[in-house]
Design a binder for this molecule. Structure first.
Ligand code: SAM
Length: 503
């Protein structure tokens, strides 16, 4: 946020509301102020005033979730400073609240007392103002501490964090190679002894749906997994183990009913891993996050992974850099003060991150991570999980790949030729639904209409039917069935296709 960005890149996350003030003429000044205030925070990260001022600018720039994140930090700092002042009145606060000094000289100096009272009053006022600003940006306050926002890419995000470079693709393709070795070692029936592995099964490529941009997304950024060799039906192609998962946790008082009404996870060590030590206990998150526990823990696991791997920036981490978000144009969503801001920050602190001075874990990074994780996770009633290879498969309403085990064993469901794209089904309940219903549902994951062959084919059929209706001949034109350039398979005939042909 410290670097300048052009006003044309500004994409506010607050949805426009009727009668709202037009701030376009103010934008250049607001952007410059944001840059200056961010630099001031870098210089004096423990000064609550810095966070509070930037929160105001972020609110003006229409980023409610980030304004709430900054007010949160201002409030924590005020609370801590006030507690310290009350604890021992001999403490003096150093330059820009950056350090404390213990004044051991006995002084009854009235001037000193007045100075201290003044500081105390300023902190109380600052805390109250930060609370006010926070509540103004929480749409559902006071019933819930939730705000409304649109997920958007932040304009100050560095170019290298927006794209996946060839180096990353090569790294992921190495992971596919390793996945093949796991199959050789763990599935002796799959690759019988003596049979030399024919090399990796899958390869990640750009332009998954051809050279045309899809839904405004650059086609070179649309990745897809393709068959690296011919694959016979039921071949296991990937074992995708991961530690990035969260569980819903038990209900109140440890019951097996969780807060969303289903059976809770009562595994006593979850969501901790057997390798975690006592200081890494995450069970407090499932208590605090309630029905959001699985997703919140999953995101926290990513943050912990970045800390453990000591990456320069979380968005550099290979498991985060590979994930693509979906910024649905008009979809207004809710963010929660507790589960999107407070809990991840507390988790970062538990793992030794100074959330005030370490700008790589700023609130915008948490929301960027959230958008990516949300678009790529899969869940069952108890868990939410990211499998780093499975998440790269695109969706088709006539998939040729399925997962057969929750530890993520993936196999093909039909014979596949080398070079064909491999697809999973993002929603197992929808494939028999009509086109319009499927497309509506798929909007949850896709920026654009689903590009799979089945949807394209049915769209063409629908158009042809419409054309027949206008000329009134009852069928002068054959439905235009064309395979997309990225799909070379002969597709099976579906019951609904047969019905169309008979008709
Ligand atoms: C889980 S990721 C799959 C990998 C992704 N293509 C990538 O480049 O990283 C889901 C995203 O892939 C794209 N996608 C997947 N299936 C699609 C489909 N059938 N039609 C259009 N876009 C699709 C959408 O952008 C979606 O948000």
């Amino acid at each position: 946020m410290e670097t300048h960005f052009d006003v044309t890149e500004w994409q506010p996350t607050k949805a426009p509301e009727p009668g709202e003030e037009d701030i376009s003429s103010e934008l250049p000044t607001l952007i410059a102020t944001l840059n200056d205030q961010t630099r001031a925070i870098y210089r004096h990260p423990y000064d609550p005033n810095g966070w509070s001022c930037r929160a105001e600018t972020l609110a003006r720039l229409r980023y409610p979730e980030l304004a709430v994140g900054d007010t949160c930090k201002a409030i924590i700092l005020c609370r801590t400073l006030l507690a310290r002042l009350c604890e021992d009145r001999r403490y003096k606060l150093g330059y820009h609240m950056d350090f404390w000094m213990l004044d051991e000289t006995e002084s009854n100096d009235e001037e000193e007392d007045a100075r201290r009272d003044d500081l105390e009053q300023r902190l109380v006022d600052l805390q109250a103002d930060a609370h006010l600003l926070q509540n103004e940006n929480l749409y559902h306050f006071p019933t819930f501490e939730e705000g409304r926002f649109l997920q958007r890419p932040y304009p100050w995000m560095e170019a290298k964090h927006r794209r996946r470079d060839d180096e990353l693709l090569a790294e992921i393709n190495d992971d596919f190679e390793e996945a093949e070795l796991k199959i050789v070692n763990n599935f002796p029936k799959e690759r019988p002894a003596g049979q030399v592995s024919k090399g990796r099964c899958c390869i990640l490529k750009r332009h998954a749906f051809g050279e045309m941009d899809v839904g405004g997304n650059d086609s070179s950024e649309l990745l897809g997994v393709f068959a690296a060799r011919d694959l016979a039906q039921e071949t296991v192609i990937v074992i995708d183990e991961t530690e990035a998962w969260g569980c819903i946790g038990p209900g109140k008082g440890g019951s097996t009913s969780n807060l969303s009404g289903g059976a809770g996870c009562s595994d006593p060590i979850h969501p901790n891993l057997p390798s975690d030590d006592v200081s890494q206990d995450l069970r407090w998150i499932r208590e605090r996050a309630g029905r959001y526990a699985a997703e919140v823990i999953l995101r926290c696991r990513f943050l912990i992974g970045c800390i453990a791997d000591d990456v320069a920036h979380p968005l550099d981490h290979t498991l985060i850099a590979r994930l693509t978000p979906t910024y649905r144009r008009e979809k207004v969503r809710l963010f929660g003060l507790e589960h999107d801001i407070a809990i991840p920050n507390d988790c970062l602190q538990q793992f030794g991150i100074d959330i005030f001075s370490d700008s790589s874990y700023d609130t915008w990074v948490l929301f960027t991570l959230e958008a990516r994780v949300e678009n790529n996770s899969w869940s069952d009633p108890l868990h939410s999980c990211i499998s780093p290879l499975f998440s790269l498969f695109n969706h088709s309403c006539e998939p040729n790949v399925e997962k057969i085990h929750t530890i993520m064993v993936i196999r093909v469901t039909e014979d596949i030729k080398q070079g064909e794209q491999l697809f999973v089904d993002y929603d197992g309940f929808m494939k028999d639904q009509p086109l319009a219903a499927r497309r509506k549902r798929m909007k949850k994951w896709l920026d654009a209409d689903c590009q799979c062959t089945k949807c394209q084919r049915q769209e063409a059929e629908q158009q042809a039917t419409d054309e027949r209706c206008t000329c009134g001949c009852g069928g002068c034109k054959e439905p235009g069935i064309g395979l997309a350039e990225w799909d070379v398979a002969d597709k099976p005939v579906f019951p609904e296709d047969a019905w169309t042909v008979r008709k």
